[in-house]
Design a binder for this molecule. Structure first.
Ligand code: AMP
Ligand code: MG
Length: 502
């Protein structure tokens, strides 16, 4: 298996070093899309954190060559735009060719800190893989992806990042006519399970081997010399995915479209569409209006992740180092079976912290499950409840909560168990509260908050996007001037419908 060398290094004004590794793969991996018009392009928002990491002055994104390169495909020294091909299981059904239908990889940059980031624009026009669609993204989905990428990063959840949001006078046809937008996003790697499925199911085994070698060289270089690098890579993808899903479940995040083409090889949350942070806790919560069967309901996410990992394993197992096919399959099965225990362990670790429990005790999981059952029965707001939990030690705050509950007796029984459990901790209440506040966010991107920012952005005003970005960059901090952003959702929020249309 040969690994392409990083060549074609070039620098732009901001001293970014372009390495463009993916572009060195054979042409079977991608298309070189044509430029497409994006009239009246304007940079509406930039991420200070990402720009800082990339060493990119945000002002540069507002003018050429960056503005033109991100929005209508004009030249940017060093960039080599391409759209990659992939496949995927969508709602359980295999689609042999998907690919970047509306995303274009500009290339990969190496920062002065030695980090490598792939830069991708989403919504910049059609590619060979658009399947008749327009290659565009609407403002509403772009604002949501832009904001949530950075919000998830601030919450400590592995995610692709957003560098900038661009608007224009372009109009896009969905259920209604909507303004088009573009997000410049970044990730160490945008490889998806679907990339492997494309070459595997279409029988392109040589190409699949090239892709595996590429992934090992660039995304898992520490495994290249392992006795069985491909099995080791699968093992690590499983471990990273388990951690990511545990983060989602702990923070109450529902992805909405966990198709295998939306699963990252390096365990990042990717392709934000009809996602949602839960308001009232409901384990069966379905955020995607299109998902009528609830395949991607909140409580299904761990097992769907495992199902998706099995699809990835099917593409990799032939390249395990085992002497026989049977032995390789047995080993893959053993690795995959480890997903659930790894996930449960990671989830329990996070949930203990949310409850202020530092030391593990045998009954912790039962205590947590009982709380979640109570929360579901009462329809308690997931984020606000955990944020408030340390304050419930004050009788006044607790009786306020109790006045809103249906089954006060069941709650009080749980509370007594919890108090007895806390007594085993030996941590002062003040210290515990600080530790709990550092893991239980006060500010999350609720749908109604995003909605307000979207409506303004659609009218050409990004100020609410910028305000939300600022608040959500510090989700665990009290920000008294923005207290209203931590309120319960208003009644109209339950009418917001999110679908795959974006
Ligand atoms: P998503 O649901 O955004 O992950 O997209 C699923 C697949 O459909 C991906 O291959 C996308 O590239 C493609 N796709 C979605 N919307 C469009 C669009 N408006 N134009 C072209 N391709 C699209
Ligand atoms: Mg996708």
């Amino acid at each position: 298996m040969s690994v392409p060398d990083p060549v074609n290094a070039a620098r732009t004004d901001s001293e970014l070093e372009w390495v463009n590794r993916f572009a060195r793969l054979p042409e079977a991996f991608y298309d070189r899309p044509l430029p497409a018009p994006f009239p009246g392009a304007a940079c509406l928002a930039t991420s200070p954190d990402l720009c800082g990491r990339l060493g990119l002055d945000p002002a540069e994104l507002a003018e050429d060559p960056w503005l033109g390169a991100c929005t209508h495909g004009s030249e940017l020294p060093g960039a080599e735009p391409l759209a990659s091909v992939y496949a995927g299981h969508q709602f359980g059904v295999f689609v042999p060719q998907l690919g970047d239908g509306r995303a274009k990889l500009l290339g990969e940059v190496r920062t002065s800190q030695g980090e490598t980031w792939e830069l991708q624009v989403k919504g910049a026009g059609p590619t060979r893989f658009s399947r008749g669609a327009d290659g565009r993204a609407v403002m509403r989905s772009s604002v949501r992806e832009y904001l949530v990428s950075e919000a998830m990063a601030a919450l400590g959840v592995p995610t692709t990042r957003a560098v900038a949001l661009f608007g224009s006078s372009l109009r896009v046809y969905r259920e209604r006519i909507e303004p088009g937008a573009i997000v410049l996003r970044a990730a160490p790697s945008f490889l998806r399970f679907g990339h492997f499925e494309y070459f595997h199911y279409n029988g392109y085994s040589e190409r699949l081997q090239e892709l595996i070698a590429y992934a090992l060289a660039h995304d898992y270089p520490h495994l290249q010399d392992a006795p069985d690098p491909v099995a080791a890579m699968l093992e690590e993808v499983i471990a990273r995915t388990a951690e990511m899903i545990a983060d989602w479940q702990a923070v109450g995040f529902c992805h909405g479209v966990m198709n295998t083409d939306n699963m990252s090889l390096i365990g990042l949350t990717i392709d934000y569409g009809p996602f949602a942070f839960m308001d009232a806790f409901d384990p069966g919560y379905i955020c995607n209006h299109t998902d009528q069967g609830g395949r991607y309901a909140f409580d299904q996410q761990p097992q769907i992740a495992q199902w998706n990992l099995i699809r990835l394993a099917e593409t990799l197992v032939i390249y395990f180092a085992d002497a026989t096919r049977e032995a390789a399959i047995e080993r893959a099965k053993a690795l995959l079976q480890d997903f659930q225990p790894q996930y449960r362990h990671a989830w329990l670790l996070r949930m203990r912290k949310k409850l202020g429990l530092q030391t593990p005790q045998g009954d912790d999981e039962a205590l947590i499950q009982e709380l979640l059952a109570r929360m579901a029965a009462e329809g308690v707001d997931y984020t606000r409840f955990f944020r408030q939990l340390p304050d419930l030690e004050q009788a006044e705050t607790r009786s306020q909560l109790e006045s809103e509950l249906e089954d006060v007796g069941a709650w009080q029984a749980w509370w007594s168990r919890y108090q007895a459990r806390l007594a085993l901790e030996g941590q002062a209440a003040g210290e515990r509260k600080a530790a709990m506040n550092a893991v239980n966010p006060k500010y999350i991107l609720r749908n109604h908050l995003a909605q307000a920012a979207i409506e303004q952005a659609e009218a050409g005003d990004p100020s609410e996007v910028l305000r939300l970005q600022q608040i959500l960059a510090r989700p665990f901090d009290e920000q008294p001037e923005f207290e209203a952003y931590a309120d319960l959702p208003p009644a109209w929020a339950s009418g917001i419908q999110l679908s795959c249309s974006s």
